[in-house]
Design a binder for this molecule. Structure first.
Ligand SMILES: *[C@@H]1O[C@H](CO)[C@@H](O)[C@H](O)[C@H]1NC(C)=O
Ligand SMILES: *[C@@H]1O[C@H](CO)[C@@H](O)[C@H](O)[C@H]1NC(C)=O
Ligand SMILES: *[C@@H]1O[C@H](CO)[C@@H](O)[C@H](O)[C@H]1NC(C)=O
Ligand SMILES: *[C@@H]1O[C@H](CO)[C@@H](O)[C@H](O)[C@H]1NC(C)=O
Length: 352
């Protein structure tokens, strides 16, 4: 709009036309235009968006780049950008928007987000990246989002959740990873989520072999403390297809019990070896083993000391006996000494 108006006015001024009134109206239009854009700047609402005091709604405007957001009023808590054509965002896209609490970027074509993109959004509590084209996430993507409660990453092409991604989002209560390309997840990536209540994992090609075992144990812990997890259906191995992982005893799943039948897959991923190496061993078992080892070492030391003490006693006793005998031989007339020697002899034999 504004561009068209200013072009019109420039044309009006530049062309040597006798139609003064036309030039005049163009100039008026231009002034209105400038005033309008000044007002817009002071309000801070980009022209393609609709704003009120707390919300900026830029959804479904066919945007391929972000509108100027830096001047959104600091009372803006909600920024809606869904249903556009955004495919990339600059690293400082959301700088200066620290008052945001809800950011919706769903239904776009985002395929690669820079690490630290949301760093300034310390008050953000809900973030949606649903239905984009994300295939990998930078492990620093969620840096600074200490207040995040809801994170929607569903309907993307994610094949992994990098270790460390969720380290700073320990307050998450709701997380969706549904509709991605996940076949396994690492338990350690999810350990920080001590407050999680709902986890959506459906519509992923889960491979129910031992690589998923630790994560399965984490899921069981989440359920145990009252969390909710939706369906988690196995895609592989074939004989478990469609079964829920929670009902599958992975410890004796076919991939480890009957390796010959699954040879091609196992060879491809080398999971047979992994399974043996990464056998799940809870902390308590490791501690128990440690205790046994320490106890064994202590017992051994005590035994050696007892043997040494006994040997010392024997040697001492025999030496003393020999000494006393020699003493008797040399001084046969000292009766008192003899008596003493007898007493000592008795003591020594009782010690031995
Ligand atoms: C802003 O608009 C949204 C819907 O467009 C509405 O839910 C919200 O209450 C409005 N806020 C204010 C302060 O008017
Ligand atoms: C953020 O705001 C500061 C001052 O308020 C300004 O200097 C800076 O350019 C802004 N950054 C962005 C990315 O808009
Ligand atoms: C973040 O939220 C807190 C509590 O609601 C508020 O006091 C603080 O001003 C907010 N920070 C910003 C930058 O809006
Ligand atoms: C995902 O986004 C595309 C393009 O934005 C849209 O056409 C499609 O309907 C969306 N799908 C869902 C399930 O929302």
């Amino acid at each position: 709009m504004s561009v068209r108006h200013s072009e019109a006015s420039r044309l009006g001024e530049g062309a040597p036309t006798p139609r003064g009134s036309n030039t005049h109206s163009a100039a008026v239009l231009c002034v209105v235009c400038v005033l309008g854009s000044l007002l817009e700047l002071s309000a801070g609402c980009p022209s393609v968006c609709v704003c009120n005091l707390t919300e900026a709604d830029c959804s479904g405007r066919g945007l391929t780049a972000l509108p100027p957001l830096a001047l959104l009023p600091s009372s803006t808590h909600t920024l809606l950008l869904p249903n556009n054509h955004l495919s990339a965002l600059p690293p400082s896209a959301f700088a200066n928007l620290s008052s945001l609490e809800r950011l919706d970027l769903s239904n776009n074509y985002l395929d690669n987000l820079p690490g630290g993109l949301f760093r300034e959004l310390a008050n953000l509590s809900a973030l949606s990246l649903r239905n984009n084209s994300l295939t990998a996430l930078d492990r620093d993507l969620l840096q600074g989002l200490g207040q995040l409660r809801r994170l929607d990453l569903s309907l993307n092409g994610l094949s992994a959740v990098p270790l460390g991604l969720l380290d700073e989002t320990q307050g998450l209560t709701w997380l969706s990873l549904a509709g991605n390309r996940l076949h396994a997840l690492e338990r350690a990536a999810f350990e920080p989520l001590a407050n999680l209540q709902t986890l959506r994992l459906g519509a992923n090609p889960w491979e129910c072999d031992c690589n998923l075992r630790d994560f399965k144990h984490w899921i069981e812990w989440l359920l145990y403390r009252g969390g909710r997890v939706d369906a988690l259906e196995c895609t592989l191995p074939k004989d478990l297809r469609g079964r829920d992982i929670r009902g599958v005893p992975i410890e004796i799943s076919p991939s480890s019990a009957q390796p010959s039948r699954r040879r091609p897959r196992l060879m491809r991923r080398g999971s047979a070896a992994d399974c043996v190496k990464q056998r799940y061993r809870p902390v308590s078992v490791r501690r128990a083993i440690g205790t046994v080892v320490i106890a064994g070492v202590v017992c051994g030391i005590v035994c050696i000391m007892m043997v040494a003490a006994a040997a010392y006693g024997c040697i001492y006793a025999s030496l003393m006996a020999k000494y006393q005998r020699e003493l008797k031989k040399r001084q046969p007339l000292m009766g008192d000494a003899e008596a003493d020697g007898d007493a000592e002899d008795k003591q020594i034999s009782s010690v031995a």
